[in-house]
Design a protein around this ligand. Structure first.
Ligand SMILES: *[C@@H]1O[C@H](CO)[C@@H](O)[C@H](O)[C@H]1NC(C)=O
Ligand SMILES: *[C@@H]1O[C@H](CO)[C@@H](O)[C@H](O)[C@H]1NC(C)=O
Ligand SMILES: *[C@@H]1O[C@H](CO)[C@@H](O)[C@H](O)[C@H]1NC(C)=O
Ligand SMILES: *[C@@H]1O[C@H](CO)[C@@H](O)[C@H](O)[C@H]1NC(C)=O
Ligand SMILES: *[C@@H]1O[C@H](CO)[C@@H](O)[C@H](O)[C@H]1NC(C)=O
Ligand SMILES: *[C@@H]1O[C@H](CO)[C@@H](O)[C@H](O)[C@H]1NC(C)=O
Length: 906
């Protein structure tokens, strides 16, 4: 932890703070500020707070003395940290969520007498920090004065509460605040948070088909949008918490750790996500192939079934990039094993090699629970490395998952990386998988309790694997971790904290309690899995994790978990994916056609139409439900071809969005309010979304529809399937009704953008070999601009950045004025594109009134008319300039005009 410097200083200051204690005023609880020091660099302060004892011992006695640290970390980031002034408390280690703590930070302080109230602002910072000293409260404002976060106690807002297992702090919210974030949960309310709700942050293994409860991941992060101006607030804390949202306040009730707030100044939604991911980790580079279509199912009985599915996709000519295996491939559900009869190792290996020969991939599931079994070498190596989580008495903590009795690897243990990497590498020698899917990592446990034992009298697992068959005595007195004084609202109080997970009293390396780290299990497993794959392949890893936390995006993709086959689930999946993007995990998708329950033809049609535009597009079904591969219904097959063809054409665009997310945190799939923050109507749009900035998807998410009412912000929008069917909206945005029979999803290009594309193909590898085209999308004004970008590399090398010889970056800009126009491509590091023979064959220009009659190439090339050039125009708006042969390795320019003479002479 990088706080050591400040901490030793803190101790030095303690003696004077004791002397400063004075009489208490007439307050109910809370704290008073007793000493204050400025950082010598002027960028913050350290203060001490003393408890005003009101004799209220609900949830325990108050921590007597607190240390407050305020740091203006960057111009648009402010940190406000409150912790125990006398002893260390649990804080998320830097290696888990790196946040750039500099141990060399200048901590020289000058002390001053605390004033009744005070304010600190720093030259270029967007923020001001102010406090009242008795009772203590603080506020964070913009330098302009607008108060963003205000904990100052008053009639409505209670004082700060800081107890060992209960921290409470409330901020006032103005009327105009619209909040987003605080996940993960399924949100029938839509994107914006709903006043009156309690958002409980507790990693939980439960179906995401259940709305408004705590799900797999936890994100104590929200965005506040006020009349078009956004800021973000992160409470970096891994303990369980309830966040109560009322119209005029937000209250955190946290059961441990510290109050460690980060404020991000925005002012746009995109810049908030940029500032937040700059702190917690930029989203990982994802391999190019992961943008292909994926097929999975829990319950593929044997290898023959996998082979059949692959063959049927090919026969139906629906692109399939990746086959997945759920736990079916394992021997008795033991990690890193194959089922000797259903998935014999040699045959499975041959199958995977055949997939590879056809440019396809194979991803397998791995669960964290390691079966306790004789002669199971993975289990034995875990024992040898002593990596298993321990119970409160220091014995290995016994749990039960699919294989029956298991121990959990402690991913905080210094040996965890060696253990996990060894297993991944060893298994890869047997089955050369391409990515790992880490499930059940909340962590799920089919038993509940601090200490369970194997029952020698029963076969475990029994017939129903999910019923606990260990002996767990839950009448033993519970520790204060297993049964803390404040109960968070786990699944609406349906579960206790220990329910179906590792007991809170269990211990990780160094005696760290599960109580503090529970929400980090999935993130730490993602870190270890990502590292293992990097060690193994030296290439960009693909990891898909169910449980996530702040910073997970730097290691893993995410799917929205066990959704159901219903139109509601389809509709809510869009909000879930948009939220994941906002949380810094942009590579996200929901199980296409629905996981739980039987899907049906109409639903599957509508779902593939949406799912084809998720950043991560995977069809995954449950053991107990009917099959749902896309070729099973003629209508689904033909719709799938249409939408997946467009997706595959758009791969260069999607991939460039991955590059953008990796550099700036920008989500791939974005809510409309990200681009139109000043348009209040966009805040309630929950089933339309943008892909990047230039494409809008307006799907049908209800049964029996043949039209769709979709919101169009002002501008010209072109149907992306045929470049025609223009929607033109003037003035303010409009809700329009468009045709949407079962074979139609409305997808539009937005004016002002240039979309790089290639041809559709059956795999991403073959699509990459096709020529490039550019879609230049103008508005219908006389004069207009358009711009776009393209990032190219081999799609799998570890780093994703512009680097000579390894990648190429192209910036496109276009301009039109009356009958004339031009396009410019500026290439950086063109060698890579040259080596790959990446060539632009066609430019389609949307939004021209007259088809040009003459096109000239300029730039590095001699200004000649290309002899092979062809201009064709389907209607006035869409003009193709084809037969170009422009290498993407060199900057170029192209201009056109409208010339009557040349028309007359031709
Ligand atoms: C005592 O503290 C708890 C927790 O902060 C609070 O909910 C309760 O209202 C307080 N009781 C009184 C009498 O102030
Ligand atoms: C600390 O900084 C505040 C605001 O920048 C200033 O008002 C105060 O005098 C400073 N105190 C000391 C001791 O420098
Ligand atoms: C474990 O291996 C030993 C020695 O090969 C063998 O005798 C024993 O039956 C095995 N146990 C199980 C459960 O397979
Ligand atoms: C469970 O624990 C309680 C309290 O320690 C004890 O009285 C009881 O006998 C235990 N029951 C079993 C089945 O071990
Ligand atoms: C373009 O595609 C849309 C559906 O995506 C359809 O409604 C429309 O009729 C098509 N227009 C033309 C001219 O083909
Ligand atoms: C395209 O250009 C490359 C060199 O730039 C050339 O070798 C190739 O023959 C050209 N192809 C056509 C179809 O003109």
């Amino acid at each position: 932890m990088g706080t050591t410097g400040i901490h030793s200083l803190a101790l030095a200051l303690l003696c004077c703070t004791c002397l400063l204690s004075t009489t208490y005023g007439d307050y109910s609880g809370g704290y008073k500020l007793v000493s204050l020091s400025n950082y010598s660099d002027g960028k913050g302060l350290v203060a001490y707070l003393k408890s005003i004892d009101d004799g209220n011992f609900t949830y325990g006695p108050p921590v007597e003395e607190l240390q407050l640290t305020v740091r203006f970390e960057t111009d648009d980031r402010l940190r406000v940290k409150i912790t125990d002034g006398k002893k260390d408390r649990w804080e998320i280690p830097e290696w888990i969520v790196p946040r750039g703590a500099k141990s060399s930070e200048v901590a020289s302080l000058t002390s001053s007498e605390p004033e009744k109230q005070g304010e600190v602002s720093v030259g270029d910072s967007s923020f001001k920090f102010s406090y009242t000293s008795e009772p203590f409260g603080f506020a964070v404002s913009r330098s302009s004065g607008e108060v963003l976060f205000n904990t100052t106690p008053n009639g409505d807002i209670g004082s700060l509460v800081f107890k060992d297992q209960y921290l409470e702090i409330t901020t006032h919210l103005p009327e105009k605040s619209v909040l987003f974030g605080l996940g993960e949960s399924t949100r029938p309310d839509g994107l914006r948070l709903a006043p009156g709700r309690v958002y409980t942050l507790w990693a939980t293994d439960i179906g995401s088909n259940i709305p408004d409860i705590d799900l797999y991941g936890t994100y104590p992060f929200y965005m506040d949008l006020r009349k078009g101006v956004a800021h973000g607030v992160l409470l970096l804390n891994s303990n369980g918490m309830d966040v109560l949202y009322e119209r005029d306040s937000l209250t955190y009730r946290v059961i441990g750790g510290i109050l460690d707030f980060y404020f991000f100044a925005g002012p746009t939604p995109l810049s908030v996500v940029d500032q937040y991911t700059q702190l917690v980790g930029r989203p990982a580079a994802m391999p190019y192939w992961s943008l292909g279509f994926h097929q999975s199912r829990y319950g593929y009985k044997n290898l023959e079934e996998l082979e059949e599915v692959v063959a049927k996709y090919a026969a139906a000519e629906i692109p399939l990039e990746t086959m997945w295996s759920d736990i079916d491939y394992m021997d008795e559900y033991k990690d890193f094993t194959t089922h000797p009869v259903n998935y014999p190792e040699d045959k499975l290996r041959t199958f995977v090699e055949k997939l590879h020969a056809n440019d396809m991939r194979y991803v397998i599931i791995v669960d964290p629970g390691i079966a306790i079994a004789e002669n199971y070498s993975t289990y034995q190596r875990g024992l040898d490395l002593d990596v298993y989580v321990r119970n409160q008495y220091g014995e290995k903590y016994l749990a039960q998952v699919w294989p029956g009795p298991v121990y959990f690897p402690d991913f905080l243990h210094p040996n965890a990386e060696e253990f996990w990497t060894t297993e991944v590498v060893k298994f890869h020698k047997k089955i050369p998988f391409d990515g790992l899917w880490i499930d059940m990592n909340e962590a799920a446990n089919f038993c509940t309790g601090p200490s369970c034992f194997i029952n020698p009298d029963v076969v475990c697992p029994g017939d129903d694997y999910t019923i606990c068959c260990l002996i767990c005595n839950n009448t033993v007195p519970m520790s204060t971790w297993d049964d803390p004084p404040y109960k968070i609202n786990c699944i609406g109080k349906y579960r206790e904290l220990n329910g179906r997970t590792i007991a809170m009293s269990a211990q990780h390396h160094g005696g760290v309690r599960e109580y503090d780290t529970h929400n980090l299990f999935g993130l730490t497993e993602s870190i270890m899995t990502n590292r293992a794959l990097k060690t193994l392949t030296k290439k960009r890893p693909f990891v898909l994790s169910r449980s996530t936390f702040v910073g997970s995006g730097a290691y893993t993709a995410h799917w929205t978990g066990d959704n159901g086959a219903s139109f509601n689930d389809l509709a809510y999946s869009i909000v879930s994916c948009l939220n994941s993007g906002m949380f810094g995990v942009p590579m996200v998708g929901a199980d296409i056609c629905g996981f739980l329950d039987d899907t049906w033809e109409e639903l599957c049609n509508r779902w593939i139409q949406v799912g084809a535009f998720y950043p991560f597009a995977r069809d995954h079904g449950d053991f107990h439900s009917i099959h749902q591969e896309l070729y099973l219904w003629d209508s689904v097959a033909s719709n799938a071809k249409v939408v997946l063809n467009l997706r595959y054409k758009l791969l260069p665009y999607y991939y460039t969005l991955i590059f953008e997310s990796h550099n700036t945190g920008a989500p791939i799939m974005r809510p409309l309010f990200f681009e139109y923050p000043e348009d209040e109507k966009t805040m309630d749009i929950n089933t339309q979304f943008l892909v990047g900035r230039g494409i809008m998807v307006s799907p049908v998410v209800a049964a029996g529809q043949d039209t769709i009412a979709a919101y169009f912000p002002p501008g010209v929008w072109y149907n992306a399937f045929n470049n025609s069917d223009i929607v033109k909206v003037e003035g303010s945005g409009e809700l329009l009704v468009l045709p949407a029979p079962l074979d139609t999803i409305q997808v539009h290009y937005r004016q002002g953008f240039i979309i790089p594309m290639q041809e559709a193909a059956m795999t991403t590898t073959s699509a990459r070999r096709t020529p490039f085209t550019l879609m230049v999308v103008f508005g219908d004004e006389d004069e207009a601009e358009a711009a776009g970008e393209l990032f190219l590399d081999d799609g799998e090398e570890l780093e994703m950045r512009v680097k000579a010889g390894r990648s190429t970056f192209v910036k496109f800009s276009a301009h039109k004025f009356q009958g004339k126009g031009s396009i410019e491509a500026k290439v950086t590091a063109g060698e890579f594109a040259l080596s790959q023979h990446f060539v632009l064959h066609k430019i389609t220009i949307l939004g021209l009134r007259e088809p040009p009659s003459r096109v000239r190439l300029t730039g590095n090339l001699a200004p000649v008319m290309s002899p092979a050039l062809e201009i064709s125009s389907s209607g006035l708006r869409s003009v193709d300039i084809s037969h170009l042969n422009l290498s993407l390795s060199e900057s170029f320019g192209l201009s056109w005009d409208f010339d009557f003479d040349s028309i007359a002479s031709s």
